[in-house]
Design a protein around this ligand. Structure first.
Ligand code: ATR
Length: 284
């Protein structure tokens, strides 16, 4: 029997990750023996942790909050996409060299295309948030051919910076806005509206709401990347206005599928079974 793949995830804090369940199930279903460890690594220990993973010759690992940007300097190489986004969430050991990838961006696009049935090509996008998660979503949608992207953030300057970077790297028209202005008409003009902020997340900005949600119109697609809870106030408001909705678990699954493919020479997640298992874990 082949030696099991040695995989894992590095983050801080990391108690609640669904990744071990998803990869273990995919490994069983696809006949790939693997182990997937969960490693809580404080920022000050990231360099020594990555060196340790290299000494142990792990086959690959995921990187999550707050290490996705900081890990780049510790790797042997990163893909051009991960470099443009400025974040790595998946590392692959290629002959002893650690290569960084970003599967959040294509994973988000896969979720929209495959699971919501909407092709981002030619679509007008409205994005709430300009943090780490927004970066993958914005670049992913731009590379997928979005017509334009409006980025609205509490800190408007951060939105303008991200918009300028997206336009410079992809050529797609992107604009940054503050959440403080009147967003109704801009939201109403969008085909795809995405929440990448922590608004609606359990324990985070749970009580806050997103201004301009009343502008969401029927025929559009509203996507949340928050998956705890699965149904957020943003998705409920969008649904009430006749929009199609997609919860944040789909993006999580699809970034995992992309990572699994990188580690297994192209084997895919059994997406429906993985979602079932992730839902069971989420409800525990
Ligand atoms: P992540 O990696 O999850 O994106 P992050 O980089 O800390 O985390 O970004 C969090 C995002 O949620 C930011 O866009 C943040 O807005 P600011 O840049 O203005 O801080 C947004 N956010 C967090 N709490 C919020 C709130 N109560 N209302 C609106 N936006 C909020």
């Amino acid at each position: 029997m082949a030696k099991p793949l040695a995989l894992g995830i590095v983050g801080h804090p990391i108690g609640h990750t669904l990744s071990p369940v998803m990869h273990a199930l995919a490994g069983r279903e696809r006949g790939v023996p693997l182990s997937y460890g969960v490693f809580d690594v404080a920022p000050a220990r990231l360099a020594v942790a990555v060196a340790g993973l290299k000494a142990l010759s792990v086959d690959g690992f995921n990187v999550t909050v707050p290490h996705k940007a900081a890990v780049i300097a510790l790797l042997d190489d990163v893909t051009p996409e991960a470099a443009a986004i400025g974040a790595v969430n998946t590392v692959v050991n290629v002959g002893g060299r650690f290569i960084g990838h970003n599967t959040d961006a294509p994973g988000f696009v896969d979720a929209v295309r495959e699971d919501a049935g909407v092709d981002p090509a030619g679509k007008r996008v409205f994005l709430y948030g300009a943090g780490g998660a927004a970066r993958g979503v914005a670049f992913g949608l731009a590379w997928a051919g979005a017509k334009n992207i409006v980025i609205a953030n509490r800190n408007g300057e951060r939105a303008c910076e991200l918009a300028a970077q997206v336009t410079a790297a992809t050529g797609v028209a992107a604009t940054g806005l503050s959440l403080a202005g009147n967003l109704l008409d801009t939201v109403a003009a969008a085909d795809i509206i995405v929440n990448t902020t922590s608004v609606g997340m359990e324990g985070a900005a749970e009580g806050s709401s997103l201004p301009g949600v009343e502008g969401v119109r029927s025929g559009s697609l509203a996507v949340d990347i928050v998956y705890r809870p699965l149904d957020t106030p943003f998705l409920a408001a969008a649904r009430e206005r006749g929009a199609a909705t997609q919860d944040g678990l789909w993006m999580l699954i699809r970034q995992g599928d992309r990572a699994f493919r990188l580690w297994t020479n192209g084997k895919t997640f059994p997406v429906d079974r993985v979602r079932e298992a992730a839902l069971t874990e989420l409800n525990n």
